[in-house]
Write a protein that binds this ligand. Sequence first.
Ligand code: CAA
Length: 386
Amino acid sequence: MGFALPNAYVALSDLAAARGVAPEKYTEGLGTLAMAVPGPDDDTVTLATRAAADALARGGISPDEIGFVVVGTETAVDHSKPVASFVQGHLGIPTGARVFETKHACYGGTAGLFSALDWIDAGRARGKKALVICSDIARYGLGTPGEPTQGGGAVAMIVSESPRLVRLDGASTGRYSKDVFDFWRPLDSKDAKVDGRYSVECYLDAVRGAYSALRGLEGASERPASARFAAMLYHVPYGKMARKAHAALVESDGETDSTATFSRLVAPGLRLPSVVGNVYTASLYLSLLGLLSSDGERLAGQAISLFSYGSGSCSELFTGEVVPGAHESLRDVFELVARREKLDVAGYEARFRARDIRELAKTPLESMPSTTPHFHGIRDDKRVYA
Ligand code: CAA
């Protein structure tokens, strides 16, 4: 696994003060301390590319070994050309690869991950590996109720027959999907639209439905989830949502008090999301990355569960086993995250607006100093990267 985050963040206590809200509403009520703030030269492509390059470097894997590239995103940069093609170009992935994009809100990356698992299971990988990238910029707009649940970044995963981090069970999964209008991003709007409280209800229905489907598949004899898993990960739009989801899931096992199992099984995976915010498709996998970095050694050989939810909706509850040594390549994750620049609220708002101007500019702009590659602007209706 590898990851990429914008190089700056805003503290939610500062945002609360600027919006006239009690800071505890964001830090405790939502469970988020800080959110990543993308700059004008960040977009889904640059974040995906940097995350993928990071995953290849951490794994010591050459682009030539990749035969399948999928990017799950709900922040597409084009109706037709997939983010995955830009990534292929930037990283020099061979022309024999299958390259595409998947969309189903925050579930899009999981759809890509299962396509990769099926490709390998079907025996079609023929020694090649799959590169699965989740890349998004969560955006509701300044001053909206969703504003404290924004963020941005990407997580990349290399999937192969010999996993070094987590051995996923692609067959034993519980699914729940339903046509609902809880959260959406109309084609003419950069900002997401959301029926906030309803979206929480839809998420909770999905976690119950997916768990019921998993138990139906495995038979009634299985132990309760809190006894079976050493860690339980959820899609994290904000930490409190994962807390509610966990309570709903263990309630299905007849457990009325989820406090202790939340602290033991869920909280360790929320550390990284709590300082990044929502990253839509990448949130669940950011939680996994943070967990492996901080607790991978302790979890070696143990079973974990992962719940992916995408509004609209589709969700999946699946399981895996942590491979011994999984923490080795991810030791520096929290150290890297701590190096980001802290913005004040004026700085956050300026970046927010600057991104819009860069998106609308029809000629590439003078570039700002930043990471490579960066989004330079638009020329002849084509996105230009430097
Ligand atoms: N101290 C401590 N806690 C406080 C507080 C204070 N001073 N003031 C309020 N709170 C608590 C509230 O009690 C509430 O907690 P509970 O839910 O446990 O009751 C929490 O803070 C939030 O308060 P509100 O519900 O009043 O907040 P809100 O209505 O302003 O907005 C929201 C919350 C609906 C989540 C909004 O941020 C939003 O619309 N976010 C985007 C949608 C979203 O993330 N939905 C999640 C499910 S959908 C999904 O997961 C897909 C996805 O990624 C989008």
